[in-house]
Design a protein around this ligand. Structure first.
Ligand SMILES: Nc1ncnc2c1ncn2[C@@H]1O[C@H](COP(=O)(O)OP(=O)(O)O)[C@@H](O)[C@H]1O
Ligand SMILES: [Mg+2]
Length: 408
């Protein structure tokens, strides 16, 4: 690194990560710096990063990182920070788009007018935007006749799910049918989101609407560039959340929605989430600005649009209710060593409910939970389970049923 007096650099800082500085002197192996915060510090030259001249910093950052003279970590961070301050949440690095989560609604960025602007515009001509990325891939697909993919990555809460939805929104805009035509395919593509979120998203420490699964969204187009279908594959749902949560996290949204559904909740003898072990391990029942009852209606509507029959919808919510009742079954030690029995009247009630809702025999359910069948060469032996093992098999059943439901 070519360092001289007066050189503009970045120096590491405990609080700010990096702080702008200028070299004022050399002291043996170290250099003396005057920081922008008015401090004089010593640092090793190899710890410094060169900084773009101040003139270039006057305007609110550059829209493409490749325009920076010095492309290093502090330079990139500083550029993002300045743009973010002006609500420019998007920045390019060549053909890669960096999005910084605004944590506030920016409707003017995503309306139809914006989608029209970006449609067909040469990449890089307009301000960086997720629509521009979606548009390039759409055009590449049309011109080259080959499948395209867009990878969305980032840490939890970074904005991946929202970004993916915006990409889908844009693609259904450019690949939609002319007005007046039947728009069901696009609608189905878009409505698959609220549905997946109801069953696969939950509140976490970082994100009120955190996806607890991975997904691969495939949107198919015909030769004319019109959407002809879609396939969404999901991966690795977090199963443990069904049976175990800690404050302030929550279980999957759909459980709270069902509890708030009024008549349906009554039908399945559900009540406030605080009555159910799988939900009351965390005292966070509500989400800010979200009505579970309204969300329930939205989920139902999404199911209608996606084409899930009313009979199947009924079966889905019945299964969810069964899982909640299942979670309230408790065991106490049985008379024989290492065995367990249903704890009390309350547990008996929930077991009966779970069995009814699963449409299975209550004795069979009890046997499944409190015993284990071991296969041997002489035949099978039925072994009793102690309380802990019975609860574990209860939880295992809940997780498996939920995961199967999700995959369905
Ligand atoms: N482009 C955006 N505009 C407005 N809000 C956003 C945007 N991206 C993310 N958010 C907010 O941040 C939250 C977390 O984003 P999300 O996409 O769920 O993160 P991730 O999927 O990366 O974990 C969202 O619920 C939303 O409130
Ligand atoms: Mg997500």
């Amino acid at each position: 690194m070519n360092l001289r007096k007066g050189a503009k650099v970045w120096v590491e800082d405990k609080n700010l990560a990096w702080v702008a500085a200028e070299i004022t002197d050399f002291r043996g192996k170290q250099v003396q710096l005057q920081t922008a915060t008015g401090k004089t510090v010593l640092a090793l030259p190899e710890k410094l990063c060169l900084r773009d001249a101040d003139e270039e910093e006057e305007h609110g950052g550059v829209d493409d990182m490749t325009k920076l003279t010095y492309l290093n970590e502090p330079g990139v961070l500083y550029n993002l920070e300045r743009r973010y301050a002006l609500n420019d949440i998007y920045t390019y690095t060549g053909s890669i788009l960096i999005a910084v989560n605004p944590f506030t609604k920016l409707p003017h960025l995503y309306n139809v007018h914006m989608m029209e602007q970006y449609r067909g515009a040469p990449f890089g001509e307009l301000s960086p935007h997720v629509f521009a990325v979606a548009d390039v891939s759409y055009r590449a697909m049309m011109n080259e006749g080959r499948s395209q993919s867009i990878l969305v990555s980032g840490e939890s809460g970074a904005g991946k799910t929202e970004t993916t939805k915006l990409i889908m929104q844009y693609l259904t805009f450019v690949g939609g049918r002319a007005a007046g035509d039947d728009r069901t395919v696009e609608q189905q593509v878009l409505e698959s989101n609220p549905l997946l979120e109801a069953f696969g998203n939950a509140r976490t420490v970082r994100n009120d609407n955190s996806s607890r699964f991975g997904k691969f969204v495939e949107i198919q187009f015909d030769a004319n560039g019109r959407i002809s279908g879609a396939a969404i594959r999901t991966y690795l749902l977090e199963r443990s959340r069904v049976v175990q949560i800690t404050d302030p996290e929550r279980n999957y949204h759909c459980f709270y929605q069902l509890c708030a559904s009024g008549k349906d909740a009554e039908k399945y003898k559900l009540g406030h989430p605080s009555h159910f072990y799988y939900l009351n391990q965390s005292k966070t029942y509500e989400l800010e600005g979200v009505s579970s009852a309204e969300e329930y209606m939205k989920t139902r509507r999404a199911m209608d649009i996606v084409g899930i029959s009313h009979e199947d919808q009924e079966a889905i919510f019945r299964t969810l209710a069964a899982i909640l009742h299942l979670g309230n079954i408790e065991f106490s030690p049985g008379r024989e060593h290492d065995s367990s029995v249903i704890k009390d009247q309350k547990s008996t009630f929930h077991m009966q409910m779970a069995a009814d809702l699963f449409r299975c025999d209550v004795n069979l359910l009890l046997a499944t939970l409190s015993t284990r069948t071991i296969q041997t060469r002489e035949g099978s032996i039925v072994k009793a389970l102690d309380c802990n093992a019975a609860m574990a098999s209860r939880d295992a059943l809940a997780k498996t049923v939920y995961a199967r439901l999700f995959d369905w």
